[in-house]
Design a binder for this molecule. Structure first.
Ligand code: 3AM
Length: 190
């Protein structure tokens, strides 16, 4: 199973990101994903045997319990060029967080490796992917104002990434764990 750990977006943020994606599509053609896939990746595991999923769940549960719920703000559209190709870019929304997501990313990678699970530690840049194979040449002419939508990400999620019958990528939430909260209670508002 191809697994990753991330933050789901609440409905309002999902809809706002989807509206911006729809507005960008004419200027920036590409493969726009369904809004159900929108998330912020925190740690990518890749292929994991099904009998090791429980170990991945355990890592996610323990990390969620150690961190406060991050307050996330969705920012401006941007892109990652793939192999320097602006015509096959990943179109994203930048995401900022208070507290920052980097310590949570680092803790997940460390705990996954300690549990003998795979974890890619590529440069970490929190984002929501809107489209792949996008032509980003006209990005400067598009609406690149920050989205400015903010939310508290109350839960960490373990996702399975798989292709559907049409060959499209689908990210299926397998399980959620609430973050800790300052007063020790759990928050769960998504
Ligand atoms: O939708 P985004 O881009 O946030 O980019 C992949 C996707 O996140 C990322 O994991 C998510 C589910 O596929 N991903 C895929 N391969 C990766 C890799 N080798 C990867 N992240 C890091 N290293």
């Amino acid at each position: 199973m191809r697994l990753f750990i991330g933050l789901p977006l609440p409905q309002g943020a999902r809809e706002a990101a989807f509206s911006r994606a729809a507005a960008l599509q004419a200027l920036l053609p590409g493969r726009y994903g369904p809004k159900e896939n929108y998330h912020i990746t925190l740690a990518f595991l890749g292929e994991v045997p099904s009998e090791r999923v429980a170990a991945a769940e355990d890592v996610a549960r323990r990390c969620a319990a150690r961190f406060p719920a991050p307050h996330v703000t969705l920012g401006a559209p941007d892109h990652f060029a793939r192999e320097g190709r602006e015509d096959r870019a990943v179109l994203i929304l930048r995401a900022q967080s208070d507290p920052p997501l980097r310590p949570l990313h680092d803790a997940l990678v460390e705990a996954l490796r300690a549990a003998a699970l795979p974890a890619q530690a590529e440069p970490f840049a929190p984002h929501v992917t809107l489209a792949r194979h996008a032509d980003a040449h006209s990005l400067s002419k598009a609406d690149v104002r920050p989205l400015g939508v903010a939310f508290t990400a109350s839960r960490l999620c373990l996702y399975e990434s798989a292709r559907d019958a049409e060959g499209a990528l689908r990210y299926t939430p397998l399980a959620f764990w609430p973050f800790s909260s300052p007063d020790g209670a759990t928050v769960c508002n998504i």
